[in-house]
Design a protein around this ligand. Structure first.
Ligand code: DQQ
Length: 541
């Protein structure tokens, strides 16, 4: 439907048509980044799930390839579900994925490339002995899915985890294997958290406590912490926690039991789910993919003929300054799409003002901005009473406080009848210190009414003498925002009807009652990525 075509994005990964969900088996092989994804070849809603496949040399420009795996065996007849890749030391590629069997039992299966000399890895073979794992005793047939990338133990075995639940406790089962065909279930679980429900798409990986490089999945020892991530089926968000891996016992312990998996911090406070990381040996970094679904109606998805995007892949590192959160940042390759830029320095934002940032069309842009709040106003609030605040219960960017909201209005039209504010809000916290929140308000993002309009956001750590900073990638129907270098992230899908193409603008605003804010903003127009269909006659991309 061409009427809805402005919602398609220009530099985010999406298939030409139909439904997509989780990222699967990302890997780097013989010069190519491979990306697989949950895909419905028959429509724009979830169902008939198979594995889509695409390759890229830079994580930005993509060539679609034929489906990697279809639902053609009894053990995946009801769907070729999510899974992960492991690259063995001799460069062999092993893929583990969940099959929903002809009886809808969740089992784990093994697959591998038919021709390892093909850098595009077009053809995949399923192991004749599949399934390699069935639900163990005590685990429900429908609660056993999404095997991780394997890592090595000091005994030389490969170890994976698989997500599950027992009653309402989300858990990760641990298996050791030598050949990926037969497995040993370890006693207990790697980790579990009561009340969190089914853990989907679990992830487990090391992060460096000293450097800014990423670590391959098997790295362990001094200077390493481990991250556990689970996608909570019950509330559809990706939660992570940082902790210590006890290799000998196959256990992991969170640094802080109050920010444990599923009850603490998230990768993203907007729409971002079923994410998966992989180690990129080309650039020595860990890269995170996340599925960004729709906030419009299923009917609208069917009309437009497609649903979902993938977020721009993000590098993930431990935040050495706080030690208690990760930093996520769009991969540097996205900067190759930057075209002309404009800079606006020391823009004075008085309380209660909106200032147009004149970059012309603002529908496909990369924004970097800094905000400095007037010191006197900060001091006054520090002496005032404690105020309760949360982004989602605050009434959005229209509500005024002494020190917020201030930030940017993305995808706005000239009359501001549509706008997506991305902003900071500073309040006095219950501990007596100032506390900064980072939010995105969709209440006025579209005049259409078949769209979910929420307010997203959370606390963002701000250290002494740090300015507030934000990076925003805007691409037609997606706004991806990263605060304080990626400490807190918010991905939004928005559906403007007026603020589209040449009519889309960006503004800076300050709706605080007390604080003056000085802002510096740099904006690049962004080129479109080439995301090309596959032509069998032209195998060479
Ligand atoms: N999506 C897959 C499952 C996974 C869920 C099915 C998470 O393997 O648990 O499409 O979105």
């Amino acid at each position: 439907n061409s009427m809805l075509s402005w919602q398609r994005t220009a530099f985010h990964f999406q298939p030409e048509k139909n439904w997509m969900n989780d990222p699967n088996g990302p890997l780097y092989y013989k010069g190519w980044y491979h990306f697989f994804y949950q895909y419905n070849p028959n429509g724009a809603v979830w169902g008939d799930i198979v594995w889509g496949h695409a390759v890229s040399s830079d994580l930005i420009h993509w060539l679609h390839l034929p489906l990697a795996m279809e639902a053609d065996q009894w053990y995946d007849a009801n769907g070729v579900w999510s899974g992960s890749a492991t690259i063995l030391p001799d460069d062999r590629v092993v893929m583990l994925y969940t099959g929903s069997t002809n009886e809808s039992v969740q089992v784990q299966n093994l697959a591998y490339p038919a021709d390892p000399s093909d850098p595009l890895l077009i053809k995949w073979v399923k192991y004749s002995g599949n399934p390699v794992l069935v639900p163990p005793p005590g685990i429900d047939n429908k609660d056993f899915r999404d095997p991780t990338t394997a890592w090595l133990t000091s005994e030389g075995k490969w170890r994976i985890i698989v997500g599950s639940k027992v009653n309402k406790t989300g858990i990760s089962l641990v298996y050791d294997t030598l050949d990926f065909k037969s497995y040993e279930l370890l006693d207990g679980v790697l980790h579990g958290v009561p009340g969190t429900g089914m853990w989907e798409c679990v992830d487990f990986y090391p992060v460096s406590t000293s450097g800014d490089h990423g670590l391959d999945t098997s790295v362990n020892g001094v200077g390493v912490k481990h991250v556990v991530k689970a996608s909570l089926d019950d509330d559809r968000h990706d939660y992570y926690a940082i902790g210590t891996y006890d290799e000998k016992n196959g256990k992991w312990i969170p640094d802080n039991s109050e920010i444990d998996v599923g009850i603490g911090i998230r990768y993203d406070y907007g729409i971002f789910y079923a994410s998966k990381s992989f180690y990129d040996p080309k650039k020595g970094r860990r890269v995170l993919w996340g599925w960004i679904g729709e906030s419009d109606s299923e009917l609208a998805d069917v009309k437009k003929g497609w649903a979902s995007l993938q977020g721009i892949p993000r590098t993930v590192v431990l935040d050495k300054k706080t030690g208690s959160n990760l930093l996520q940042w769009p991969v540097e390759e996205i900067e190759s799409l930057r075209l002309s830029s404009r800079e606006f320095n020391n823009v004075e934002l008085k309380p209660g003002t909106i200032v147009p940032i004149d970059v012309g069309t603002a529908t496909q842009i990369d924004v970097v901005a800094e905000f400095e709040v007037d010191k006197k106003a900060l001091e006054a609030t520090a002496k005032a009473n404690y105020t309760e605040f949360s982004c989602s219960n605050s009434g959005g960017a229209a509500q005024r406080g002494a020190l917020g909201p201030f930030g940017l209005l993305a995808l706005a039209d000239d009359k501001l009848s549509e706008q997506t504010p991305v902003y900071f809000f500073i309040v006095k916290g219950s501990d007596g210190n100032l506390k900064t929140f980072f939010c995105s308000d969709h209440l006025r993002s579209s005049v259409a009414n078949d769209v979910k309009k929420q307010i997203f956001g959370s606390f963002v750590p701000v250290l002494k003498d740090e300015k507030l900073s934000v990076r925003i990638l805007i691409d037609h129907s997606i706004v991806e925002s990263f605060a304080q270098g990626g400490r807190t992230c918010i991905s939004s899908r928005v559906y403007p009807t007026k603020a589209i193409y040449g009519a889309a603008r960006i503004f800076a605003f300050n709706n605080a009652t007390e604080a003056s804010v000085k802002s510096s903003i740099k904006i690049w127009q962004m080129n479109s990525a080439f995301i090309r269909p596959f032509h069998p006659e032209n195998k060479k991309p």
